[in-house]
Every structure is written in structure tokens, then in C-alpha cells.
Design a protein around this ligand. Structure first.
Ligand code: ADP
Length: 199
């Protein structure tokens, strides 16, 4: 089973592009979804987090208070390291489980992840697609999608891999600084290329 990574910075268009692959019948696993699933109420990881940070890290209904956790790890590198040491292996295990369904009929599966190269997730994929837009477009699109301030978006981008470095590691690139129908054409072409060259 071939696994193809699909990455790009925040607002580059990963969700948009992966839905186009979905229209071609390709299944995908979203690393952001998995990262949320492994800390849902009742999971061992959430229990470990509540034991480490205290019960105040949970909301009234027992879910993880993400805003508070983000604040703590943003301010305290040691706590970030602790959290990553806990979650990375758990996320990876769940990704592997979801990427290897019992009976698959598909030529390849996509792993969508904003941090494919930054984390060890690239070890799970055979090839990597990068969805690319100039940083200014990335900022504009993220701001209009999320109503984040420019400052917040720039901080997130600064914490991700620089555009040039990401592009240098790509096996294939989708130029998403284009009208949607052009991007759809790129996706159809790349799908054919994947079937011939990657699978
Ligand atoms: P990501 O998943 O990488 O964070 P999204 O797919 O959510 O990015 O795209 C960010 C925003 O830009 C969304 O609001 C999306 O609708 C918009 N967008 C994506 N691709 C294009 C495009 N080619 N032209 C115009 N808007 C786009």
C-alpha cells in the first residue's frame, strides 16, 4: 500500500486540495484530526495530561482545554517537550492504524499533515506532495478563513518550516496560487502521475 504525504503551511490549501483527491475516490487520513482524537475524553493520553498539569487543564465537561494547554506550552519549552514526548508516539501509532485499513481497494492513501516534515510523520510516507502558495497569499487566506490577526498568523508561519525548505523536500508540488479549476486540473494530472510513478 502506497502512502503519499500531503503537506503545506497553514492556509496553503491542504484541505481544499485533499477534497479534490477525495472527488477522485482517494481516501485520506488527516493528522490534525488524529491529534485531536488521541486526547478525547476517556483516552490514556488525556488522563496523563490531566495528571501532569492538574485537573484545571480540563474544561467543565472533562474535555481538554486546548487554549490553556497552548498557552502553557507556548510559554514553557520544557512542558512542550513533555507534551510532545507523550503525544508523538501515540499520534504516530494511531496514524499507522488508520493508514492501514483491513481491506483496501485503493491504489494509494494520502496522509494530510501540516507538520509532515517537522515531525517524524514523513517516515510514514513513500512520497510527499507540497501545496504551495507565496507567504503573503498564505497570510491573506488564513486571516479571512479564521479571523486571526496578522500577528497570530505570522507567528504560526514562523513556527513552521520555511517555504523554500519545504519545496526542496517535495516529490511533487501543487501550485495553489491559481484559480480553483486550474488547481483541479493539477490534481487530476498529479493523480495520474502518482498511479504511474509512485505506486
Ligand atoms: P489549509 O488546509 O492548508 O490550512 P485551506 O484548504 O483551508 O488551507 O485553504 C485556506 C483558505 O483559502 C480557505 O478558506 C480556502 O477556501 C481558500 N483557498 C484555498 N485554495 C484556494 C484557491 N486556489 N483560490 C482561492 N481560495 C483558496
Amino acid at each position: 500500500m502506497t502512502i503519499v504525504g500531503l503537506t503545506g503551511g497553514i492556509g496553503s490549501g491542504k484541505s481544499t486540495v485533499v477534497r479534490m483527491f477525495g472527488d477522485l475516490g482517494i481516501h485520506w487520513v488527516d493528522a490534525d484530526d488524529v491529534a485531536r482524537e488521541v486526547v478525547e475524553p476517556g483516552t490514556p493520553a488525556l488522563k496523563a495530561i490531566a495528571e501532569h498539569f492538574g485537573p484545571d487543564i480540563l474544561t467543565g465537561d472533562g474535555a481538554l482545554d486546548r487554549a490553556q494547554l497552548r498557552k502553557i506550552v507556548f510559554e514553557t519549552p520544557e512542558e512542550r517537550a513533555w507534551l510532545e514526548a507523550l503525544l508523538h508516539p501515540v499520534i504516530r501509532e494511531e496514524l499507522v492504524r488508520q493508514l492501514t485499513p483491513d481491506n483496501y481497494t485503493q491504489p494509494y492513501t494520502l496522509l494530510v499533515s501540516p507538520l509532515l516534515f517537522e515531525t517524524n510523520q514523513h517516515q510514514l510516507v513513500d512520497r510527499a506532495i507540497v501545496v504551495d502558495v507565496p507567504v503573503e497569499v498564505q497570510i491573506d487566506r488564513t486571516m479571512s478563513r479564521d479571523t486571526n490577526s496578522r500577528d497570530q498568523v505570522e507567528r504560526i508561519i514562523a513556527a513552521q518550516m520555511p517555504r523554500e525548505e519545504r519545496l526542496a523536500r517535495a516529490d511533487a508540488i501543487i501550485d495553489n496560487n491559481r484559480p480553483i479549476d486550474d488547481v483541479e486540473r493539477q490534481v487530476r494530472d498529479l493523480h495520474k502521475r502518482i498511479l504511474v510513478d509512485f505506486v
